[in-house]
Design a protein. Structure first.
Length: 959
């Protein structure tokens, strides 16, 4: 939900207006005046000015930072030293640590000595922590910090340099220049990432405010140093200016991806103006942006300051671990070929410039060389995607709001009547008693347990909204406990902070406090959240946090959190601290009942993937928003948070039938597949749509359900190695330059399924780009497409989802339509086999109970399917554990009921049966084979009926 009104329009009338249900939707575009431009943000402007000054000086510019060689020590994988920043009147000491990690990543940390020692004074009697914020890693980093045992100083370093060899086979090297300070990261002798190459390193050190006599000018422009006002709110800045900035250059790289969340293309654009470029830097300052705009570097609800640079056959990356407001400028420069060196081609360098308002410089550098290695190493640090409960990958039906418990039951019954599968129905905030979370509105939801029990009959779930703002109302038990225990966020004067949100006057729970986690935990127990059952899960919204009357619709930066950190220091991790608390709470709502939590979060930071799914917030029912959802979801995936989706149908406004239909056909490719709608929109549950659209939408949802085994396998892969669930073209074909900027088609896991949803009005074809010279088959009729490095036009009438299968794959499916995914648990499988040029195919399947953590103790099935020399076989990829035998027993009766082989060898025309050999069986058996001849451009195919081999068993089918 979450569709906040801009502060200026927030009035007491608001709730009245909602009650009357006649809220007028004003413009369709974002209110730019509610959000800062770079020029309106003091530190952004200062860092850009600093960059402009440097580039104006050109060769004459020299960065004022030096590494003092006398301080350099290298021990046990850590290089330490002191950077000296020389200003007109002082030398500022900045401790530096460069750690070389076993994973091949390197970490560069720069802090400020005076701040570390607490040797500064705060203005306005502030009680804020004197250190630079150094606890982001507590919320973000979960591993991967083991230092390399083999990293060594390079004895052959040039004078004025310290060089460290590290990484796999010592193929990486950090070349650290002392003066001016800079680092070149090399792989195989070639430089891939450069720090301070352009001399934009800038750490605004602490200094006292000097009150000058009237008329005396300060040496520098101090207008944004001590105080900043925006939208009627003044930030008191008790520590003065304290930003950190650094330029990071990727020589020879012309694409950079990542740094979500922005409604923009996958390949990030330049940001310093010029045709087709942005004028503003990409901003990361988690915000509730009402009616956000497309093709924009504006900030949105979440932030992951992780970037990949990609060129043919090489991917590298950086992760800027800083929780404060952050902006990134991107400029690409082309170095012309030297006219004397024949054959040399021009090359593009991508120069990025990162700056954050506060905190330390804490940067991880990844040298790849492939996108998969980057995903793995980054995932080791921030954690891999949570393997969700199986229901969570089905279809979610949401709207603001289902108005009564009877309404919920009726929607549930209608889905059954029209035979449309779904797994989860959602309640937005109106289920609560007067917007008090952990309560139910007594008149409209008198029987919440009856409602959940009804849903449970078809293994369906309920998700309800719980937000971090707590209504300020006497007698509300959550509010009373919050205050009694001192668990609320405070303002700069130390009083409980009060702002406006859905309930009106509210306080905010401060999840940075470890004691809050156990309290939050207790609130979710069945005996405290009365009326909640075990099939209820949680949606954490508005956790940027959204504050209707706050600056930029969020909290004042000088608010105070646990640990005496200013809101400025922690803003971007604020959202995940709530999710973290909710995750702990859902783990064990009743003693002994341990289930995987399901949480949807709107605000996020790196690490959120361990705990939650995300959606792209309050989009609009337009074709543009439908199109934008694909690069946004893909970008989240490569940035380590692949359990992502957009509101199907568009949140604001009413989609027409064509748009809604196409949106479902696209939405089935979001890892998180949920329809949602604003309170002012017309009802649009799929069964309400007139024919033929209803049937087309139902078929799309059924296609999702048919492929759930492939989806769950892709989720599993993401959960063990960080590979995105849906993958963009460059990720799958990192050597094919033609595909690097393509962000409107996607691959599902490693299945070879290539989808290109239709996102344009009235389109009835889709041009799918194919990178290699394998055959690709239309998923539905096996029409063959072949030809590398070009686009192929595929028919896409309204009823059709453009979808190809690459040759060489084995895809597990379940073909029997059911009401929910839970009811498909014991259904048999179909395997679809497409052969590659060598007549071989590969695939895999992961399956477990979809609910508990028993998979961590061997309670799962993981098979590899292989087709080679006319034999289809199933081998075990799993490792045995204490729960293996028990799980296999429950799956004993689950078999493969059908094998479809597309484009089989011609000789199969003569065959009428195959031989089935199951491990442990005394004899082999025969199963019938039916051959279907090629027709026109459609490939032939053969079907093995009822081989009935066990899904958890080792077997062979001989053709
Ligand atoms: C940029 O240069 C101008 C003119 O020399 C100076 O006044 C200003 O302080 C500089 N800005 C920064 C951020 O270095
Ligand atoms: C939640 O935060 C705590 C404290 O930082 C941490 O120990 C725990 O691992 C986090 N939980 C998850 C699921 O990341």
């Amino acid at each position: 939900m979450a569709r906040s009104r801009p502060a200026s329009r927030w009035t007491l009338l608001f709730s009245l207006v909602v009650l009357l249900g006649c809220m007028v939707i004003p413009g369709w575009t974002v209110k730019h005046e509610n959000f800062k431009t770079c020029a309106q943000s003091g530190f952004c402007r200062r860092n850009r000015d600093f960059a402009d000054n440097a580039s104006a000086k050109g060769e004459a510019w020299s960065s004022p930072y030096e590494l003092d060689p006398a301080t350099v020590h290298f021990k046990d994988g850590h290089l330490t030293g002191v950077l000296i920043k020389t200003t007109a009147n002082e030398k500022v000491l900045l401790p530096l640590t460069v750690s070389f990690l076993e994973s091949g990543a390197a970490r560069v940390v720069v802090d400020e000595e005076k701040r570390l020692k607490g040797d500064i004074e705060l203005r306005h009697d502030s009680k804020a922590n004197k250190k630079r914020y150094d606890e982001a890693e507590k919320w973000v980093i979960v591993g991967g910090l083991e230092v390399s045992k083999s990293a060594t100083l390079n004895a052959q370093a040039e004078t004025g340099f310290t060089q460290v060899l590290y990484g796999p086979g010592d193929k990486f090297q950090a070349v650290i220049r002392h003066a001016p300070f800079g680092v070149d990261f090399q792989r195989d002798g070639q430089t891939h990432v450069q720090l301070n190459h352009q001399g934009l390193l800038n750490l605004e050190h602490w200094r006292p405010k000097v009150d000058r006599p009237e008329g005396e000018e300060a040496g520098e422009d101090e207008s944004t140093w001590w105080e900043e006002t925006f939208g009627g709110n003044t930030d008191s800045k008790p520590r003065g200016p304290e930003s950190v900035g650094l330029d990071i250059t990727f020589p020879g790289y012309d694409h950079v991806f990542g740094i979500p969340e922005h409604a923009d293309s996958l390949s990030l654009k330049e940001t310093r103006g010029g045709s087709g470029n942005h004028k503003e830097p990409y901003r990361m300052y988690n915000s509730d942006v009402f009616e956000y705009e497309l093709n924009s570097p504006m900030t949105l609800y979440g932030a992951i300051p992780f970037m990949q640079a990609h060129r043919k056959s090489s991917t590298v990356g950086v992760f800027w671990l800083n929780a404060a407001e952050t902006w990134v400028d991107i400029v690409k420069s082309t170095t012309s070929p030297n006219p004397l060196s024949l054959g040399a081609s021009s090359k593009t360098n991508t120069q990025t410039h990162w700056f954050s308002e506060a905190g330390r410089i804490d940067l991880f550098v990844f040298l790849g060389p492939s996108p998969k290695e980057i995903s793995k190493t980054y995932g080791e640090l921030t954690g891999y995607t949570q393997l969700p409960q199986h229901f969570a990958i089905g279809y979610h039906q949401c709207r603001w709001n289902y108005v009564t418990d009877e309404d919920v039951k009726e929607v549930d019954a209608k889905f059954d009547k029209y035979q449309i599968p779904y797994d989860v129905i959602w309640l937005d905030l109106e289920y609560t008693d007067d917007r008090k979370y952990f309560t139910w509105e007594p008149l409209t939801f008198p029987n919440p347990t009856g409602m959940q029990e009804k849903l449970d009959e078809s293994e369906r779930k309920l998700v309800v909204l719980i937000d971090p703002h707590i209504k300020k109302e006497e007698g509300y038990f959550v509010q009373e406990e919050l205050n009694k225990k001192n668990f609320a966020v405070r303002n700069k004067d130390g009083d409980v902070y009060e702002g406006w949100c859905w309930p009106g006057a509210s306080n905010w729970v401060d999840c940075f406090n470890p004691a809050v986690i156990s309290w939050w935990n207790s609130l979710h127990k069945y005996d405290r959240f009365k009326g909640s059952l075990s099939n209820l899960f949680i949606w954490n919204d508005m956790n940027e946090p959204s504050v209707f009357n706050g600056p930029e619709t969020t909290m004042p930066k000088d608010n105070m959190h646990y640990g005496d950190w200013e809101h400025r220091d922690i803003h971007n991790v604020n959202g995940i601290t709530l999710v973290n608390a909710t995750y702990q709470a859902l783990l064990e709502r009743k003693k002994g009942e341990v289930r995987r939590p399901f949480i949807l979060t709107r605000s996020y930071y790196a690490g959120a993937q361990r705990m939650a799914a995300m959606w792209t917030g309050d989009n609009q029912a337009t074709w543009g928003h439908l199109a934008a959802s694909l690069p946004m979801v893909l970008n989240n995936g490569i940035s380590g948070f692949p359990f992502a989706g957009a509101d199907v149908g568009g949140f604001f406004h009413n989609p027409d039938k064509d748009l809604l239909t196409r949106w479902y056909q696209a939405g089935i490719w979001y890892p998180f597949f949920r329809a949602h709608a604003h309170i002012d929109t017309r009802r649009r549950e799929p069964y309400l749509i007139s024919e033929p659209h209803r049937t087309i939408i139902s078929q799309a949802i059924r296609l999702r359900y048919q492929l759930l085994p492939a989806w769950y396998t892709a989720f599993h892969e993401a959960s063990v190695n960080g590979i995105p669930i849906v993958r963009p073209q460059y990720y799958v074909y990192p050597d094919d330059e033609e595909g690097f900027a393509i962000d409107d088609q996607l691959y599902l896991g490693a299945t070879g399924l290539l989808a290109k949803p239709v996102v344009a009005e009235n389109a009835n074809t889709a041009d799918i780009y194919i990178s290699d010279d394998e055959k690709y088959y239309d998923y539905f009729d096996f029409t063959v497409y072949q030809g590398a490095g070009k686009r192929h036009t595929v028919p896409a009438p309204q009823e059709k989802v453009p979808l190809l299968i690459q040759g060489g794959h084995i895809i597990p499916r379940k073909d029997r339509p059911r009401r929910s995914s839970g009811l498909m648990r014991w259904d048999p499988y179909t395997l679809v086999v497409t052969l590659d040029k060598n007549g071989e195919a590969d695939g895999s399947l992961y399956v477990d109970d979809g609910e508990t953590f028993n998979y961590e103790r061997g309670g799962y099935i993981h098979r590899r399917f292989h087709f080679r020399e006319s034999v289809l076989s199933s081998e075990d990829l799993g490792a045995k554990g204490p729960k293996t035998a028990e799980y296999l027993k429950t799956m004993d009766g689950v078999t493969v009921e059908r094998v479809v082989i597309v484009d089989p060898p011609k000789e199969w025309r003569e065959k009428s049966s195959v031989t089935v050999v199951e491990d442990g069986a005394k004899t082999s058996s025969a199963a019938p084979l039916e051959y279907y001849k090629q027709q026109g451009k459609k490939a032939s195919y053969a079907v093995v009926k009822k081989p009935n081999v066990g899904i958890g068993k080792t077997w062979r089918i001989e053709f």
